[in-house]
Each structure stands twice: as C-alpha cells, then as structure tokens.
Design a protein around this ligand. Structure first.
Ligand code: FES
Length: 107
C-alpha cells in the first residue's frame, strides 16, 4: 500500500467529499468526525462517486442512477448497483488526511 496525502482536515468540511486522483481514483468523504475513502468509479457504470449525494446515514448516492453505497463497508445498498465499492484506509495525523491505496496507485 502507498500512503497518499490528500489535504488538511480544514480543507474538507463535514458533509463534503472530494476526488483523489490516484489509480484507481478514490472518493474521500467527511461524515461527522470520521473520514471514509471508497473507489470513485461507480460499480454500475461510469459515474464519479465523489460527485454523489452524501446522506446522514453514512451512505452516498450515485449521481447518475441513484444507487446507494455504504461508506463504511462499500456495500451496494440498492439497485441498479449490485457490486460493492472498494474501500481504502484513511488516517489523520497532525491535521492532515492520508489515504492508503494499492502500491503504484499514486497519481
Ligand atoms: S452509474 Fe452509478 S448507479 Fe449507475
């Protein structure tokens, strides 16, 4: 795994998400006091999950066909998606956010 610096905590307020240009691209979300990273490419078709709609129950809705995914597990919670999103470990140190992606995944 490669540890990628994304941004500072102050740059990603609660309730927001952003795309991380790694390979594969990652969607990073800030929900309450926690950060979650999942694959940015929807498992149903070509949509950017980081552009989706963050819900209060720690899920995100795909912006194209409205499948919902659990940010904690990546599980697909409703049609049309049936395959889960890959999840990635997130850590915060010194007010900076890092995501662990597969080796060679840095942009
Ligand atoms: S592209 Fe995400 S649900 Fe279809």
């Amino acid at each position: 795994m490669a540890r990628i610096h994304v941004c500072s905590v102050s740059e990603l307020p609660a309730g927001e998400g952003r795309r991380v240009d790694t390979t594969p691209a990652v969607a990073l979300f800030h929900v309450d006091d926690a950060f979650y990273a999942v694959a940015d490419l929807c498992t149903h078709a070509t949509a950017s999950i980081s552009e989706g709609y963050l819900e209060d129950d720690c899920t995100v809705e795909c912006p194209i066909h409205t499948a919902r995914f659990c940010l904690k597990t990546g599980a697909a919670l409703c049609q049309p998606a049936t395959e889960p999103l890959q999840t990635f470990p997130v850590s915060v140190e010194g007010g900076e956010i890092f995501v662990d992606v597969p080796e060679g995944g840095a942009a």
